[in-house]
Ligand binder design. Structure first.
Ligand code: 5GP
Ligand code: ZN
Length: 115
């Protein structure tokens, strides 16, 4: 728990948020500023700032996040048509919240490369 971290506050309930999914390792909730019809954030309960801080000991957490992201996509009905999974990292990556999170975006066509 990082007391200055907005996502840690969502996990602790200090900032009320409707969770789409939760388990011992992660939680998922709608992005406050959706960039697609479906825009969900999947985050680990453990605070680490970005993928740059991920260590060997985070392998299970990272694998868990990926599999749950795919399961949520399936549950939300966007799996067959397809979706995009994004992890923005640091300044060039456009990261604004420094608690690792996966963006799950779906419900529209995306282009590549992204802007
Ligand atoms: P980043 O730019 O770091 O990859 O993504 C951070 C995301 O968190 C943004 O898409 C932003 O809209 C979202 N966000 C920021 N603050 C809040 C909040 O308080 N609640 C929710 N649900 N999403 C937030
Ligand atoms: Zn945090």
């Amino acid at each position: 728990m990082d007391e200055n971290c907005i996502f840690c506050k969502i996990i602790s309930g200090e900032i009320p948020s409707e969770l789409i999914y939760k388990d011992d390792v992660c939680v998922a909730f709608n992005d406050i500023s959706p960039q697609a019809p479906t825009h969900i954030l999947v985050i680990p309960r453990e605070h680490f700032a970005s993928l740059n801080e991920a260590k060997d000991g985070h392998k299970e957490i990272l694998g868990h996040l990926m599999l749950k992201t795919a399961a949520i996509a399936e549950e939300k009905g966007i799996a067959d048509q397809g979706y995009r999974v994004v992890i923005n990292t640091n300044e060039n990556g456009g990261q604004t919240v420094f608690h690792l999170h996966i963006h799950l975006l779906g419900g529209r066509q995306f282009i590549f490369p992204p802007g």
